[in-house]
Design a binder for this molecule. Structure first.
Ligand code: ATP
Length: 331
């Protein structure tokens, strides 16, 4: 079984449902074999974008090129893509092996070849011992791996994930995302991953496209998006930064006067304790082990700060802003 990814390139892709513009001119390029996430709040058009790549929705405008082929005229079944859904969409009355074999039988592959392929992909996802197990007796993480095996079995060039981990609890989610990422690297398929969870997108992706209201706001490596957000939306959605929309607040805290149409953005870890700083009233406190998150109020301005380890257990602290950026206000 030889698998290798292809590049995926979208250019000027649009899709409306009645009056609602769900995807409003989206363009991006995913290098072959890489892991690319579409990240954004609910309703921003991520799933619709993914479904257009899969062929479950037709774009009103624009091209979707996989390798060197424009796939827009092709039916979903003829595209070199496979999708892993949020709820896995496994057949509950079938065994693991029957689930993985399903797409191969639909394609009328010879029985002996099906058996061979099923065994091979189940080995790859470390589920060979479960071939005859009924799906309902598997854990969420195991079902996730079977869903991946079933998608990979049909030898796609591109694998599409629509929030595949959102049904798992937090601990299992973290473990499964590591496994999924390792498997993706091992198998080498181009992967497009839809999520509204910024931590998940950052942890897994080579590149992330941040979407908002049907458009891509910024594309980049997770580190770049976090360190160098281009707009207030990216800083707040991806980095959880404090956004000071009122220029007067920005001036009071940093001494810097933003241009018209700009905000001052301050990351929570850049608000630091300092003896000669502003007086801050502590209104909330969350100890997270390696850091403590504090909700504070400085001169009527609500801010979030992140202190390494434990924070002083006091109702009033002195704080200063260590670093900030001025960003266009797209909120
Ligand atoms: P979520 O994370 O909630 O799934 P999303 O970013 O994936 O959000 P989409 O599912 O792509 O967003 O939806 C974008 C917009 O298009 C939403 O306003 C949604 O209600 C609308 N929409 C999606 N599919 C359809 C459809 N088949 N008919 C009508 N409206 C739709």
């Amino acid at each position: 079984m030889s698998l290798h990814g292809e590049t995926v390139a979208l250019s000027g892709v649009r899709k409306s449902f009645g009056d609602l513009v769900a995807v409003d001119g989206v363009s991006f390029e995913v290098p072959a074999g890489s892991f690319f996430s579409l990240l954004g709040p609910s309703g921003c058009g991520k799933s619709t974008t993914l479904r257009m790549i899969a062929g479950f929705e037709a774009p009103d405008e624009g091209d979707i090129i996989i390798g060197d082929q424009n796939v827009v005229p092709l039916a979903a079944s003829r595209r070199p893509t496979a999708m892993v859904f949020q709820n896995y969409a496994l057949f509950p009355h079938m065994t693991v092996g029957q689930n993985v074999a399903y797409g191969l039988n639909v394609r009328r592959m010879k029985k002996a070849d099906v058996r061979e392929r099923v065994r091979h992909v189940l080995e790859r996802v470390d589920m060979a011992a479960f071939e005859d197990t009924p799906v309902p007796s598997l854990s969420g993480g195991q079902q996730q791996r079977v869903a991946l095996a079933r998608a990979v079995a049909v030898e796609p060039q591109v694998i599409l994930f629509d929030e595949p981990l959102s049904n798992l609890d937090v601990a299992l989610r973290q473990q499964t995302r590591k496994e999924l990422k390792a498997l993706q690297k091992d198998i080498g398929l181009t992967s497009l991953y839809v999520t509204h969870d910024q931590e998940e997108a950052m942890a897994m992706s080579d590149q992330v496209a941040v979407m908002r209201a049907g458009r891509v706001v910024q594309i980049g490596r997770p580190e770049t998006l976090y360190m160098e957000p281009e707009t207030a939306f990216v800083a707040s959605f991806l980095g959880g930064a404090n956004i000071l929309v009122d220029p007067a607040d920005g001036v009071r805290l940093t001494g810097f006067e933003p241009d018209t149409g700009h905000v001052v953005s301050v990351r929570a870890e850049d608000v630091v304790l300092r003896d000669d700083g502003h007086r801050a009233r502590v209104v909330g406190r969350q100890f997270l082990g390696h850091v403590t998150e504090l909700d504070i109020e400085v001169d009527g301005i609500a801010l979030r700060m992140r202190v390494p380890g434990m924070a002083p257990d006091e109702a009033e602290l002195r704080v200063a802003v260590k670093a900030y950026r001025s960003l266009p206000n797209d909120l």
